[in-house]
Design a protein around this ligand. Sequence first.
Ligand code: OOB
Length: 567
Amino acid sequence: MSTTDPRTPAPGTANGTRRPGPVAAGDWTPWPEGLAETYRRAGYWTGETFPAFLRDRAARFSEATAVVDGDTRWTYAELDRRADSLAAGLDRLGVAEGDRVVVHLPNTAALLEVVFALFRRGALPVYSLPAHRRSELVHLASTAEAVALVTTDTHAGFDCRPMAAEVREEVPSLEHVVVAGDPGTPERGTVALEELRAEPDPLALADPDPGEVAFFQLSGGTTGLPKLIPRTHDDYLYSVRASADICALGTDTVYLGALPITHNFPMSSPGFLGVLHAGGTVVLSPDPSPATALALIEKERATLTSVVPPVAMLWLDAVERGSQAERDLSSLRVLQVGGATFPEEAARRVTPVLGCALQQVFGMAEGLVNYTRDGDPDEVVTATQGRPISAHDEVLIVDEHDVPVPDGEPGHLLTRGPYTIRGYYRAPEHNAAAFTADGFYRTGDIVCRYPSGNLVVAGRAKDQINRGGEKIGAEEVENHILAHPAVHDTSVVALPDPYLGERTCAYIIPRGAAPTRSEILAFLRERGLAAYKIPDRVSFVDSFPATAVGKISKRDLRGTTDQSGAQ
Ligand code: OOB
């Protein structure tokens, strides 16, 4: 199904004058006006904004079920009403237009309510992952100068409330902690989400400029700390609509959100936003385990879902020879797999075992998303990561000197286009390295392009570990380890893993007597690092192998054995 998005002219530009955007001009990099005009003329940037998006779909699909979360089922009209009511509550709390709010919520209906309420208020969500802990939340909140953090009472056995209080203590801009569920012992500055809803005042609702920043996503991180990714209404909603079209979503789509839906893949590729665009139903799974997710596919008759490779492999095993063999998965039409390399052998098992089609998705929060398409030959679907969304996605595959390589040869993937950012938020130095002078984003991925236009991810040039789709910036973890007094130097590298694709190993040169592994791990946990960033392995060594120019050779390090003899 294809839907169009009629809209009135952008308020900020209607009379020819542009009011200041919610993100200061110097803090992000808009597209050059000439290109922006091209994207508008091509019909990609329609002027649709997030607050208008939900209002429009609520008018069109009013009584259809928008979201299912356990026993909670909200129609589009209900979600729209709740967004208005919570937007009014946020307004009363003091959240103003242009304010940033960190969203740290698991897959619940409340997450959708909060996100659309923030858009209605004209505030900017800053998306974190449920696995993020104090370290990540402090970084996000302080970088974005957030005024509020919305979290939950407990999730996956972890009490988020004391952590949120610590984050609030550490980040001067953070005035409020909003807790979904039980707020616990009331603390100054903490409020229950439940108490916030208020009678909406239509005049207070935002009508933002579609060309301005709507929210922030988090980069996977390479050098230093992860960067904030500013996405606009125009660019992001274009990718959502185009993705929904590519995936042929319609009112009959029932999407299972199994991965954390604040991640770009289940958010917009086509994700929950693509489904809401098309009038379908979003079913939220608290976790992607076979027992939980496959039961929900059966119960809610889900037609589409998206997972990372290790989850796909767990599902395949559980159905083929495990606990989930009796599940009726006949409703499932497409399983999307992306975020990390999906081994070809596993890709070939998807249709025979699960009885649905496979779609590979290779994307990035910075923009570019590639899909294999319905009707592609089997070998394209099982052995490539597909081709870009848009005819205006420019893809360059180049050597070390930025010279294009021939088709079929591996090279660095550079890209620009109607939904790929031109710069990170407040990161001029990093941007100078991460973007070319003419605005191409250096993805850090090594890919091959075949004459069919399909891409194969062949490797990575960035200093990042891809642990089953979860991205870990090596330098971020290294800096945490270096803070330990008994560590002289460290280098964090990826080791191959049959299930996760990669796992993390921290090589450490001790200062004096070596600390124990468990001391290092406890130290990292104490620093409030997300569990997925805690190294799977710690190895103590006397020195690091060096490259010809004297830098640490991570490639050689991967083959180094622990000099203390332990694993
Ligand atoms: C998705 O987004 P991010 O921002 O978490 O990570 C992007 C990076 C890519 O640069 C690439 O290194 C890797 O993740 N990646 C893949 C892949 N999909 C992503 N590597 C191999 N094969 C794939 N299919 O991960 C993301 C965003 C939107 C849609 C899908 C994935």
